[in-house]
Design a protein around this ligand. Structure first.
Ligand SMILES: NC(=O)c1ccc[n+]([C@@H]2O[C@H](COP(=O)([O-])OP(=O)(O)OC[C@H]3O[C@@H](n4cnc5c(N)ncnc54)[C@H](O)[C@@H]3O)[C@@H](O)[C@H]2O)c1
Length: 347
């Protein structure tokens, strides 16, 4: 069976899916509904079936999969309406504004015996795939710490993302991707406790900066930090393993894996600070350091749409499963609670 997609919310991400979903054979976008009549008119102009009301849209049998790509506060009601109309549904991230909303969506999907998934597309980002390849290979030995950071310089949360009533704020906007990446890589049950600090640096009503410390069950920890006002960015990733350090500078493959050639006699170097010497923090001798290229795993987002097509056909399991989304949401809820109370939250 081919996938025929109907989109609710024909804004920025609606158009993203319009462009990207049909890159996969057997997937086409056929319809759109938006509360903004101009968006509906635009959909009609490009040959889609445009719907002026949700009711008419949901009655249509032109499509067998609905994408909800509206602001976050509307996800639950629209997802549930589409599920209750017997449609399979993809929801944009963050899936919900509370665990209660998410549980309602999951139950509604089960009750109607249809598929429900979330667009956690950053599982296919190149930088993440590289880190996941390193983790999967075990080549860094025991990984004792991971830094996952994103530093922007624009100081901006755009449009409704700056408004709490629409589900704005950086934890929902990007935090959900970062936590999803981590749990996808290390296991959906890997987090033991959560500490979070937030700031409203340039956006008055929602956090545009957060720092998240995740204490993992395997003894390692993860530092996540996302800020829109960090004018000297640090690497996107640092992976600290007992056999070496990997760094990925940005969303590309720029970076490396650094280890030490133990067969080379260590040079004794003393570094000077203004107030004294240090041997511990002096650099390694050049001959001791081995730096190799990062791995080059595929990072192909079309896998997401191909998986949806096959899952709708009953030929594959969903890659982004509702229970995984729930595990991620549990960490986000703990982050909000920690930011509010100043306490470390045990999961
Ligand atoms: N996965 C990603 O990489 C990614 C990237 C950006 C945004 N998003 C997510 O996509 C969703 C949409 O974000 P966006 O940037 O496209 O926003 P947007 O503001 O560009 O578009 C939202 C659209 O939804 C419409 N809309 C609002 N309320 C509606 C309702 N009740 N019924 C029907 N239509 C309604 C608006 O008119 C608008 O056209 C958000 O949940 C956001 O977090 C995901």
């Amino acid at each position: 069976m081919a996938i025929r997609l109907g989109i609710i919310g024909f804004g920025y991400m609606g158009h993203w899916h319009l462009k990207n979903a049909p890159r996969v054979e057997g997937v086409e976008v056929v319809a759109a509904y938006d509360i903004n009549p101009e968006k509906v008119a635009e959909a009609r102009e490009i040959g889609l079936a445009g719907f002026d009301t949700l009711e008419d849209f949901l009655k249509s049998d032109l499509f067998n999969l609905v994408l909800v790509a509206t602001p976050n506060d509307r996800h639950c009601e629209l997802v549930c309406a589409a599920l209750n109309a017997g449609k399979n549904v993809i929801c944009e991230k963050p899936v919900a504004m509370s665990m209660a909303e998410l549980d309602l969506m999951i139950d509604t999907a089960k009750k109607n015996n249809v598929l429900f998934t979330v667009h956690q597309n950053r599982r296919w980002d190149k930088d993440f795939r590289i880190v996941k390849a390193l983790w999967d290979s075990g080549e860094l030995g025991h990984v004792y710490a991971i830094h996952s950071r994103l530093h922007g310089a624009r100081g901006a949360m755009f449009g409704w993302r700056a408004e709490p009533e629409h589900g704005g704020g950086m934890i929902y906007d990007w935090g959900v991707h970062f936590v999803d990446q981590l749990l996808f890589m290390m296991g959906f049950d890997c987090v033991k406790s959560v500490f979070c600090k937030t700031e409203k640096v340039k956006t008055p009503e929602v956090e545009d900066y957060f720092f998240l410390l995740l204490d993992l069950k395997n003894g390692a920890h993860v530092q996540m930090e996302i800020g829109t006002w960090v004018l000297k960015p640090m690497p996107r990733w640092l992976v600290l393993g007992e056999k070496g350090t990997a760094y990925v500078n940005d969303f590309t493959r720029s970076g490396g894996v650094i280890s030490v050639d133990e067969s080379v006699e260590p040079e004794v170097i003393v570094a000077m600070t203004t107030s004294g010497p240090t041997r511990t923090f002096a650099p390694r001798g050049k001959k001791e350091i081995v730096e190799r290229e990062l791995p080059d795993p595929p990072a192909d987002l079309t896998e997401y749409y191909a998986n949806l097509r096959d899952a709708v056909d009953g030929k594959a399991e969903l890659i982004v499963k509702p229970e995984q989304v729930r595990a991620v949401f549990r960490v986000l809820e703990a982050a909000f609670e920690s930011a509010r109370t100043g306490k470390m939250i045990e999961l």
